[in-house]
Design a protein around this ligand. Structure first.
Ligand SMILES: Cc1cc2nc3c(=O)[nH]c(=O)nc-3n(C[C@H](O)[C@H](O)[C@H](O)COP(=O)(O)OP(=O)(O)OC[C@H]3O[C@@H](n4cnc5c(N)ncnc54)[C@H](O)[C@@H]3O)c2cc1C
Length: 498
């Protein structure tokens, strides 16, 4: 039972020998830092620290509570739904949705609780140190069905356990959306990629284009989190222009193997991967091969501006013997395999980007309300409200476009998706990263110095401004996607005139 104190009693403890403070009606003994926090320090504390500091150190320093007073500041745990305007998907704050039902809400709660308990601590630690995401955690993600859920609906889910007891045949893209959102909310971008981001793009070529035997060998262990896979397309010679790749595969004289020589650059999760879905040059085109880590395969970490925990790798293939059975699709027709992967990859990135902007808007709202400048909260400045208005308007519009696109992914046939969705999805990703850039820029201005300070109040803003550019390059850069969107739009342009 917590003790009660009168404010007069607390006020007596104002010496170096005994210094007590009040934060939101709770009394803390801070004798160790006497002089820094006199009396009721609620305002001063929240000017200096994020609430998580109180959660971490408060229990050790807490003495009791001011009598007759109660806490007024809403304490939010990671799994809680935010009461901050525009911080959540509209469907969780009481708006009716044609896409999301009670089942989605329940699923969201399951995912959030799981991420809060298991993923968040690992993410915060690894993002900071650059360490590999915990193997035990990845196994747990596999056992509980979270790895499979990130790949969206499809035959690959058959017979698998999924989060929240959802049956594989009932799993829809909106649920995959929800699983992805829960992970993005940790706002550790390098970690989100390092913890199975390579699998999200590297495994589909195997289950969509691999032989039965290859699928049996690879898919199960990867989805159980026992083995790791990455997608290896890009090279120093070929990024946007995939057709320029130089890694070569020659058939061995016995005809049983491809002998692969070459390099790959910026391969997400490549440092941890046991398998690489790899694009290589063959006789008459590009071919996709599943290459296993082994003799002749070397990986080196590439340092980028996000955390090393992403496992971004430079790969060297030196006379690697790859069984011909490891082909994904048809020889010389690998370009189709590469292209077919893009819709889902780009959609995943849009989900991450939209959730990221929502988290940034939430931080900005909180900060603008608590930060006092020139004697009044920052939110009282019209310029700040204008910035928030434009950020919210852009982010909300994107959310609705994304929901519409997600619905199409569930309901259009594979062929229709390729013809109708590829262009608009390219434009959606382009717009997501333009908005991400705009939101990041304004958020830094709202936070001031803290927005470019790695720890403390602006931690989330600083991380976003350092990493939101990744989405503008990976999976098709802004320029390429804008161009693709318009090229697709004019492909079958009607013979019409003004
Ligand atoms: C952290 C990180 C992780 C990655 N993960 C993976 C991965 O897992 N697997 C993988 O295969 N690849 C991965 N990539 C590679 C990524 O897909 C490429 O970086 C991307 O496709 C762009 O290629 P590039 O960097 O070579 O840029 P380039 O192709 O050299 O382009 C440079 C600039 O020129 C612009 N540009 C290019 N062509 C045109 C044009 N026709 N018109 C107008 N502008 C143009 C581009 O938009 C870009 O801004 C990753 C990259 C990074 C940085």
């Amino acid at each position: 039972m917590s003790k009660s104190f009168s404010r007069a009693e607390v006020a007596k403890n104002n010496t170096e020998a005994s210094a007590w403070i009040i934060i939101d009606s709770i009394v803390y003994d801070i004798t160790r830092f006497a002089g820094m926090h006199p009396g009721d320090a609620t305002e001063a504390f929240y000017d200096l620290h994020r609430h998580e500091v109180l959660e971490k150190f408060g229990p050790k320093l807490k003495l009791g509570q001011v009598e007759g007073e109660s806490q007024k500041i809403i304490k939010m745990n990671f799994a809680d739904y935010s009461p901050v305007p525009y911080a959540e998907h509209p469907s969780v704050v009481g708006f009716k949705s044609p896409y999301y039902t009670q089942k989605h809400l329940e699923y969201r709660t399951v995912c959030r609780n799981f991420v809060a308990k298991h993923v968040l601590p690992d993410a915060l630690a690894c993002e900071e140190t650059g360490a590999r995401p915990s193997k035990e955690l990845v196994k747990l993600l596999g056992e509980e069905g979270y790895l499979a859920a990130r790949l969206g609906p499809g035959k690959h889910l058959k017979g698998l356990k999924l989060p929240g007891g959802i049956k594989p045949e009932e799993f829809v893209t909106h649920l995959s959306f929800v699983s992805k959102l829960s992970v993005v909310r940790v706002m550790c971008r390098g970690y989100a990629d390092g913890n199975s981001g390579g699998m999200v793009i590297g495994l589909p070529p195997v289950f969509n284009f691999g032989s039965k035997a290859l699928k049996e060998k690879i898919v199960g262990p990867v989805l159980r989190g026992e083995k790791y896979i990455a997608l290896a397309i890009s090279e120093a010679f070929a990024g946007s222009d995939v057709a320029g790749l130089k890694t070569r595969a020659e058939k061995s004289p016995c005809g049983k193997f491809y002998i692969v020589n070459g390099t790959k650059k910026w391969i997400t999760g490549g440092m941890y991967a046991d398998y690489f879905s790899t694009a290589v040059r063959t006789d008459k085109g590009i071919t996709m091969l599943l290459i296993e880590r082994g003799e002749g395969v070397r990986t080196k970490q590439i340092s980028t501006s996000y955390s090393k925990t992403a496992g971004t790798a430079y790969i060297i293939f030196e006379n690697v013997k790859v069984p011909v059975e490891n082909i994904l699709g048809v020889e010389n027709k690998g370009f189709q395999v590469v292209m077919s992967n893009f819709n889902h990859e780009r959609w995943v990135m849009c989900v991450g980007s939209v959730r990221g902007t929502k988290s940034i808007i939430e931080e900005c709202f909180k900060w603008a309300n608590q930060r006092k400048v020139f004697g009044r909260p920052l939110i009282n400045q019209p310029v700040i409200r204008q910035k928030l208005a434009s950020m919210v308007a852009l982010s909300e519009a994107l959310q609705h476009w994304l929901d519409h696109t997600t619905f199409q992914m569930n309901n259009l046939s594979y062929f229709e998706q390729a013809t109708k969705l590829a262009g608009s999805l390219a434009l959606l990703k382009y717009q997501c990263t333009r908005v991400g850039h705009y939101v990041s820029d304004n958020a830094v201005q709202i936070f001031g110095g803290r927005g470019i300070t790695r720890t403390g109040m602006g931690r989330v803003i600083e991380g976003f401004q350092r990493t939101n550019k990744f989405d503008a390059i990976l999976g098709g850069s802004e320029e390429i996607l804008a161009d693709l969107g318009i090229k697709q739009a004019v492909k079958n342009f009607p013979n019409t005139r003004l």
